[in-house]
Design a protein around this ligand. Structure first.
Ligand SMILES: Cc1cc2nc3c(=O)[nH]c(=O)nc-3n(C[C@H](O)[C@H](O)[C@H](O)COP(=O)(O)OP(=O)(O)OC[C@H]3O[C@@H](n4cnc5c(N)ncnc54)[C@H](O)[C@@H]3O)c2cc1C
Length: 360
């Protein structure tokens, strides 16, 4: 069910010292599969020293343009380091079709001048750029204000592209760059994007209560502070959209020990996993192992990417029993209320569970 398809690297632009922008082309027969909505991401897979890694990268292009992703090398990072240094034009990478729900959704073209706000830090600009380009290109009345945080000018991804966007939509697109590295001058336009900075910007420079929607992508702490500040300034929660690129997963070793202890004492539950209508039943420990890990241990090809409760690749629906999610940064409360779960974070609570993978 879970299929990867080859994409050919047609161009590599070294955007900053640490970031590359890859242009990717699907095979002719896969074109339809790789149609995307603004804000969606691609999940790649590659083996490093015999171990398969999966990593997600947001698409920075607008629908209708070719596929492009922006990858920022993180220090010591396996996939991002490889993409920055070793990948060459003409190579192929395996990718899942676009996924994710970050973006404006199906908002109708504006009858009044709609104002959208974006907050991005570092590589968090990637999906926000796709969203901004789509909104500005699709709605001649729309305005977009971007607050973009980086350590220094040299680390600003898509600097030229943001400049071109500004030239093209002079009166409708504004970008405020904030620099937080050493040497940045004190003041409104420097420092990190946090609650204090929002308080300083709101009112005079930005009026969140009048915004149609706000999009936030960056570190978890920034997202929480900005979302809180936006809500405090009168923007309803349902008009605030997030994308998180990663989350800490503390306590992994402890979980493994718990799973081993549960197995040793025979404290197991009966799990049934359904994919594409095919059900597989197996026993899994009551504690310490996620439904996704247990399913894969039983050779079930369940989809996944981040394994940290951040992306939405492993979504399932609970048909029977009870589970607990350890972390959830991807599903809205109403989706959880309807039985959706991130299987990479699900631990069984009842003696029997039945979970069906969704939408693949
Ligand atoms: C939905 C989504 C969209 C995303 N979009 C983008 C995007 O558009 N652009 C982008 O640049 N990123 C994006 N990301 C993040 C991206 O998926 C990767 O997480 C990121 O590139 C790091 O992957 P890596 O393999 O290079 O690093 P990893 O190898 O996973 O390493 C990450 C960090 O952990 C450290 N580390 C690794 N192994 C160990 C160890 N054994 N012990 C201690 N520390 C260790 C590394 O030094 C490094 O600092 C996105 C993530 C998600 C979930």
């Amino acid at each position: 069910m879970q299929e990867f398809f080859p994409l050919t690297v047609t161009d590599i632009a070294h955007d900053t010292r640490d970031a590359v922008v890859l242009s990717l082309a699907p095979r002719a027969e896969d074109m339809e599969r790789f149609r995307f909505r603004p804000g969606q991401y691609l999940t790649f897979r590659r083996s490093f020293d015999g171990a398969e890694l999966r990593r997600s990268y947001s698409i920075c292009a607008a629908p209708g343009e070719g596929l492009r992703v922006g990858i920022k090398r993180v220090s010591g990072g396996a996939f991002s380091g490889w993409a920055k240094s070793d990948l060459a034009v003409g190579d192929t990478i395996e990718a899942m079709p676009p996924q994710g729900r970050f973006g404006p959704g199906d908002t109708a073209p504006g009858v009044q001048a709609r104002h959208y706000i974006g907050f991005a830090a570092g590589s968090g600009i990637t999906p926000v750029l796709s969203i901004a380009r789509t909104i500005l290109g699709g709605d001649p009345e729309a305005r977009f204000t971007l607050v973009y945080g980086n350590r220094a000018v040299a680390s600003v991804m898509f600097r030229a592209e943001l400049g071109e966007l500004k030239d093209r939509y002079l009166s409708r697109f504004s970008v405020l760059h904030l620099f937080s590295g050493p040497g940045a001058e004190e003041g409104l336009f420097s420092g990190r994007i946090d609650a204090g900075k929002c308080a300083a910007l709101f009112g005079g420079w930005l009026q969140p209560a009048e915004a149609e929607m706000a999009f936030i992508c960056g570190p978890e702490a920034m997202m929480k502070e900005v979302a809180g500040a936006l809500e405090g300034a009168g923007l309803p929660r349902e008009r605030i959209r997030f994308e998180l690129f990663g989350a800490d997963q503390p306590g992994r070793a402890k979980l493994r020990a718990e799973a081993a202890a549960a197995r040793a004492s025979g404290d197991m539950v009966r799990a049934t996993v359904i994919i594409d209508g095919a059900a597989t039943e197996f026993q899994m420990p009551r504690r310490g192992q996620s439904v996704l890990e247990a399913a894969r241990e039983h050779d079930i090809d369940a989809p996944f990417s981040c394994k940290a409760g951040v992306c939405s690749t492993c979504i399932g629906r609970v048909h029977k029993g009870e589970v607990e999610m350890l972390q959830n940064y991807a599903l809205e409360d109403y989706e959880v209320a309807r039985g959706l779960v991130l299987t990479c974070q699900c631990i069984p609570l009842s003696d029997e569970i039945v979970i069906e993978y969704e939408g693949h």
